[in-house]
Design a protein around this ligand. Sequence first.
Ligand code: SF4
Ligand code: MG
Length: 340
Amino acid sequence: RERILEVNDLQVQFPTADGLVNAVNGLTYSLDMGRTLAIVGESGSGKSVSSMAVMGLHDPRRTRISGSIVLDGTELVGASQETIRQLRSSTAAMIFQDPQSSFHPFKKIGDQIAEAYLVHHKVSKKVAMTRTVEMLDRVGIPNPDRRAKQYPHEFSGGMRQRAMIALGLINDPRLLIADEPTTALDVTVQAQILDLLNDLQREFGSAIVLITHDLAVVAEVADDVMVMYGGRAVEHGTAHEVLANPRHPYTWGLLGSVPKLSASGGNLRTIRGLPPSLINLPSGCSFHPRCDFSDRVPGGLCSKELPGLEVRAGDTTRRSRCHLADPAGIFDAEIASTLE
Ligand code: SF4
Ligand code: MG
């Protein structure tokens, strides 16, 4: 498979009056064409910030970035703004939680999408509009001809989200980054949008990074899952590995926080405490102040030493960042049943 994105030891910091915010602290992952990677974590985990960096959407004057981001063969860290802008608009697209912010309120939806198309295609306005209407149709907007002439406020939330996906896809991006694309939508529309992303990926073969805190969404669409905490990946594997046999205590907590789709309530595990300060990250494993299992690791190691992100005993591809010697055993004995 063809590699579209390679992130290596990425660090992202923001100097603030209160100190240096360490938003991303050595993130390494890669993504191939045709794959969907879900990046999961609470707010402040670095999932959005790292993806903004991949898109070159951070403010270069207020952000320190080091490490490497290779997008479609081109290194972005240290590249000129022009290179980044070019690559961003030709290769990658990002869709956000709030489609309102992606559309100008006083311009017709169709005109805005056609304009984006015209930036990269030397065609007439008429051709661009034809292509726009096709795309609106493709993302499941009824009466696309008529809809193209409407303003954003005339669209429902779900329709606006579809229109934003159309805007994101109009230039055939090889990489689509979707940041909480369905969070604001009701469950039925969420499912439709996720199906749509799946279909479009099959059709276009693009790679998708899906940023979400919602593991139900992940189960729907992701091939691979990367769980982030405190600006680091703590677990990264196939969706099956991570969702069916999670290795990291933080992932156990996240899975326990998923509202059961089957309802009936059940035993809801939540993660105690608050996300870590990114100005003063906890020593050792950043999760240790919230972890219920650190007393099972000898020598107080959890607060002393940062575990590496490694393939551990019993795994072949999934990597996890925890000192526990037998997380699979603990999961089977104590966690699995509470998640049912
Ligand atoms: Fe918990 Fe220690 Fe594993 Fe961190 S390394 S998740 S504190 S058991
Ligand atoms: Mg976010």
